[in-house]
Design a protein around this ligand. Structure first.
Ligand code: SPQ
Length: 437
């Protein structure tokens, strides 16, 4: 039986200060690079979400010593060349980042393994990664009938060939997989993308001692470099904060302060859009540690207007488009989301799913091939929304309850633990405020 959770509010307002859990993308990469490097790496602020725990378990199976105490992780690795052949399959669960980045890492390792995923991940395309990896000489074969899908067998075959690759879509997962494989390549690996996607891999490789060159939309790196273990501080995940940023902007009388939230410019598209829609944003403190900028931001409600979200900003807010679509239902005028066809190959087809679910609440929203068109403001009713097993859809449904006239019931809310295990506790905390306006 599908599990359900009902969320209801009576004249809500959001108030308070929040430190959202660690960044998912950075947490994955910290485990990966800590395991590739020989020696000790200490991570603080690690995201205890299901996806990152899948990455952590995979490296334990490869013989890397990893001790976790909550959000603190201590890694002691023999180094990539001395990993063990795993006893069983390597299970990436629901995590596209784990699967795609592992393909690049395993291709240059000395082990042979089979990578698998859950029912959702097993439908997501892998050729975008295996294509360039095969041209680097990787040995990757399908265990099933479709070579674009998991399960895939990877036999590490170092040294790999160098590659100069122009990516057909801006994707941090593709870029990262090639760079990781490039660590075991016999020459210079170059990756070019049209619009710059999140650059956590490039920043963290440098933290671990790798020399690489970044010029505009191109990254180059000499293969064969060795990594040295180091300490990594993971800031709060702006993609998790986005749900409460939107809630604060949307609900009259709200004001929320986000502390230690990641402010990497390749991820802050959400803040640019909130500003363009009229929300009040104040930057209270800037900190930058080991290459990842983070800080404190206050978001307050204001009257909102529709906007266009398209072009180069899309990779900077790709995971925030579902929650921005909800916000657009409460903004005056038309919001157009374009150039976002990548949304169709996430945990679910996020264009179809967002449009279907928000329509159930009465939103004026239409699907286009590469995005959505939303008219607002529209009063939303209550209803029962499916998460499609997609954490970002589940959280969007919960935040929709803040704008709805009645309760919203979320089907399969457990998936939210993929990226934000204490989401409902934080929602309760921020909406508990009963003081005067
Ligand atoms: O890991 P997964 O499942 O692919 O996660 C998602 C998400 O919403 O959490 C996408 F479904 O984020 C991706 C993101 O969309 C994480 C990511 C990364 O850490 O490198 C990059 C983006 O994907 P892509 O395909 O644009 O590289």
């Amino acid at each position: 039986m599908t599990q359900k959770k009902t969320v209801a509010f009576n004249k809500p307002r959001l108030h308070g200060e929040i430190r959202v859990p660690g960044d998912k993308s950075i947490s994955h990469r910290a485990i990966m690079l800590g395991a590739i490097a020989k020696g000790k790496t200490n991570i603080s602020g690690f995201l205890e979400g299901e996806d990152c725990l899948r990455t952590l378990d995979i490296f334990k199976q490869l013989g890397v010593s990893i001790e976790r105490d909550g959000t603190d992780v201590a890694i002691d690795s023999p180094g990539m060349a001395d990993w063990h052949t795993p006893a069983g399959e390597l299970y990436a669960g629901n995590s596209g980042t784990t699967a795609r980045l592992m393909l690049g890492i395993l291709a240059g390792s000395n082990v042979e393994s089979v990578l698998t995923g859950d029912q959702y991940l097993s439908k997501r395309p892998m050729k975008r990664v295996t294509g360039p990896l095969l041209s680097m000489g990787a040995s990757i074969t399908a265990e099933g009938t479709d070579s674009d899908l998991l399960p895939l067998r990877v036999k590490g075959t170092p040294p790999l060939k160098a590659i100069d690759y122009k990516m057909p879509v801006a994707s941090a997962q593709v870029k990262s997989a090639i760079l990781f494989a490039g660590l075991r390549a016999d020459g210079i690996v170059t990756v070019q993308e049209d619009s710059v996607s999140r650059d956590h891999t490039e920043r963290m490789l440098q933290q671990f001692g790798v020399v690489l060159q970044k010029e505009g939309d191109t990254v180059s790196m000499e293969g064969g470099q060795t990594l040295a273990g180091t300490d990594v501080v993971v800031p709060g995940d702006i993609s998790s904060a986005a749900f409460f940023m939107v809630a604060a902007a949307m609900v009259p009388g709200s004001e929320v302060v986000f502390t230690d939230v990641g402010l990497n410019p390749t991820r802050t598209g959400i803040l640019d859009v909130l500003q363009a829609m009229g929300a009040q944003i104040e930057y209270l403190e800037d900190k930058g540690q080991q290459g990842e900028p983070y800080g404190t931001v206050r978001i307050s409600h204001a009257d909102l207007r529709g906007t266009e979200i398209s072009g180069d900003i899309i990779p900077r807010l790709i995971d925030e488009l579902p929650i921005l679509a909800l916000l657009a239902t409460q903004a005056a005028g038309k919001t157009v989301i374009k150039d976002a066809e990548e949304l169709r190959v996430k945990e679910t087809d996020r264009i179809k799913a967002v449009v279907t679910e928000l329509k159930k609440l009465g939103a004026a929203i239409e699907e286009t091939e590469d995005g959505m068109i939303i008219e607002g403001p529209t009063p939303l009713s209550g209803g029962t929304l499916s998460s499609y097993g997609d954490h970002r859809l589940g959280m969007m449904a919960a935040i929709a309850a803040l704008a709805a006239s009645d309760a919203v019931t979320i089907e399969d809310p457990a998936c939210i633990a993929i990226s934000y295990p204490n989401f409902f506790e934080d929602l309760e905390k921020l909406t508990a405020f009963q003081g005067a306006e």
